[in-house]
Design a protein around this ligand. Structure first.
Ligand code: PLP
Length: 363
C-alpha cells in the first residue's frame, strides 16, 4: 500500500509517485537483465543507454543548444560552489568575479569563491533579510570580472528572479538547484547553469552542470580532476564511478515531466499551485508572506503566522492532516511550503484548505 503524504520538504523533496513506483518495480530486475540498476557497471551498455537517454531528454526539455555540454558531477550544488571558481575565475588572470547575494546559498557560494579570487558582493539584499532580489546594475560590474553568479530561486527565503540580468560579454552563471525545469528560460543567456538533483530532478549527491563549450578550458592547475570541467566533458562524466542510481532516477523524472507536457505545461501548473497558496496568505491577516510580493518564488512559499506562538500547533496539525515538512528554515522562521514540480495541484489545494480551516478555528 502506498500511503504517501503531501511532502512540502525543501529537499531532498518528494518525487512523482509514478517515478517511485517505476523504480520500485524495476529495482530487483532491471528490464529483465536479472540484476538491479545499482548492480551494473557504469560502463555497461545498459547504463550507457540510461545516461544517453537522460542527456537527450534534458536537451529536449530544457532546449539546450548544440554548443553546450551536460556534465554530471559528484557532490551536489555546493561542490559547484568550489568548481565554478576553480574552473572559471581564471578566465581573466585578474581573478575577479561578481556574486549577487540574494540569500544563504549565494552567500556560501561567494564565500567559497573568495578562496580563489577577488569577489564583489556589493549587489546584496542582506539588509532586507533577503526578502527580495537585489537591484542589479550591469554597469556596476567590473568589466574585468571573469563571471557573474546568481541564484535563480532562493530556496530558504522564497524569492526568485523574474527577469534574468543582462551581463553583456561577461558569462552569467546560475545556481538553479531549486527550480531547474520548473519554468522556461533561455539557456543561451547563461555561460553555466548548475543544479543538484534533490529538489526537482532526483535524489541527492549529484549535480548537473550545463556549460557553454568555450568555458571548458580555464581551470586553475590545482583543480581536482573530478571537478575539472574539460576532463568531465572529455570523459563524459565517467572518469570514475558516477552515481548511477541518481542518473537512473533523473531519467525517470525527465520521462515523467515529458509525459506531463514538458516545461511549458509544468510552468503553468506551478503558477496555479503557487497562486492557490499566495491567495490564501493575501486574503488573511492571520498569515503573513515573508517575501516581497513581486519577487515571490513559485517553488518555495514562505510565510509566518501573525501569532507566532501558534506555529508549533499549526505544523503539528498540518502533519496530522498529511501535510508534511512545512517548517520554515531557521533563518526565516515560520512555515515554508516547497512545491516543486512533483507536488500535485491537489497538494496545494489541501494545504490552502487546511490553512483556512486552521485560521477559522483561531479567530
Ligand atoms: C539546496 C540548494 C543547494 C545545496 O545543494 P547541495 O546539493 O546540498 O549542495 C544549493 N543551492 C540552492 C539554490 C539550493 O536550493
Amino acid at each position: 500500500m502506498t500511503n504517501r503524504n503531501y511532502n512540502f520538504g525543501a529537499g531532498p523533496a518528494m518525487l512523482p509517485t509514478p517515478v517511485m513506483e517505476r523504480a520500485q518495480q524495476e529495482f530487483l530486475n532491471y528490464r529483465g537483465i536479472g540484476a538491479s540498476v545499482v548492480e551494473i557497471s557504469h560502463r555497461s551498455r545498459d547504463f550507457m543507454d540510461i545516461i544517453e537517454a537522460t542527456d537527450a531528454l534534458l536537451t529536449e526539455l530544457a532546449g539546450i543548444p548544440k554548443n553546450y555540454r551536460i556534465l554530471y558531477v559528484h557532490g551536489g550544488a555546493q561542490m559547484q560552489f568550489s568548481a565554478i571558481p576553480m574552473n572559471l575565475i581564471n578566465r581573466n588572470p585578474d581573478r575577479k568575479a561578481a556574486y549577487v547575494v540574494s540569500g544563504n546559498f549565494a552567500n556560501l557560494a561567494a564565500a567559497e569563491a573568495a578562496r580563489y579570487g577577488e569577489i564583489d558582493t556589493s549587489c546584496n539584499s542582506a539588509d532586507a533579510n533577503f526578502d527580495r532580489i537585489p537591484q542589479f546594475r550591469a554597469d556596476a560590474v567590473d568589466q574585468a570580472s571573469s563571471y557573474v553568479h546568481i541564484t535563480s530561486n532562493n530556496t530558504i527565503y522564497g524569492t526568485r528572479w523574474n527577469v534574468f540580468p543582462d551581463t553583456g560579454n561577461i558569462p552569467l552563471i546560475a545556481d538553479m538547484t531549486s527550480e531547474l525545469l520548473s519554468r522556461e528560460f533561455e539557456i543561451d543567456r547563461f555561460g553555466v547553469v548548475f543544479a543538484s538533483l534533490q529538489k526537482n530532478l532526483g535524489p541527492s549527491g549529484l549535480a548537473i552542470v550545463i556549460i557553454r563549450d568555450d568555458l571548458l578550458d580555464h581551470a586553475l592547475p590545482e583543480t581536482p580532476g573530478l571537478l575539472n570541467y574539460r576532463s568531465c566533458a572529455d570523459k563524459r562524466s565517467l572518469a570514475n564511478t558516477i552515481n548511477t542510481f541518481a542518473v537512473y532516477m533523473m531519467k525517470l523524472v525527465l520521462e515523467w515531466l515529458d509525459s506531463e507536457g514538458g516545461v511549458a505545461a509544468i510552468e503553468r501548473r506551478n503558477a496555479e499551485k503557487a497562486a492557490l497558496l499566495y491567495q490564501t496568505i493575501d486574503e488573511s491577516d492571520f498569515y503573513l508572506g515573508t517575501a516581497w510580493t513581486p519577487h515571490r518564488s513559485h517553488m518555495n512559499v514562505t510565510f509566518k503566522l501573525a501569532e507566532n506562538e501558534l506555529l508549533g500547533t499549526f505544523l503539528h496539525e498540518a502533519e496530522a492532516n498529511g501535510l508534511y515538512a512545512l517548517k520554515g528554515h531557521r533563518k526565516v522562521g515560520g512555515a515554508r511550503a516547497s512545491i516543486y514540480n512533483a507536488m500535485p495541484v491537489e497538494g496545494c489545494r489541501a494545504l490552502a484548505d487546511f490553512m483556512r480551516h486552521f485560521e477559522r478555528r483561531r479567530v
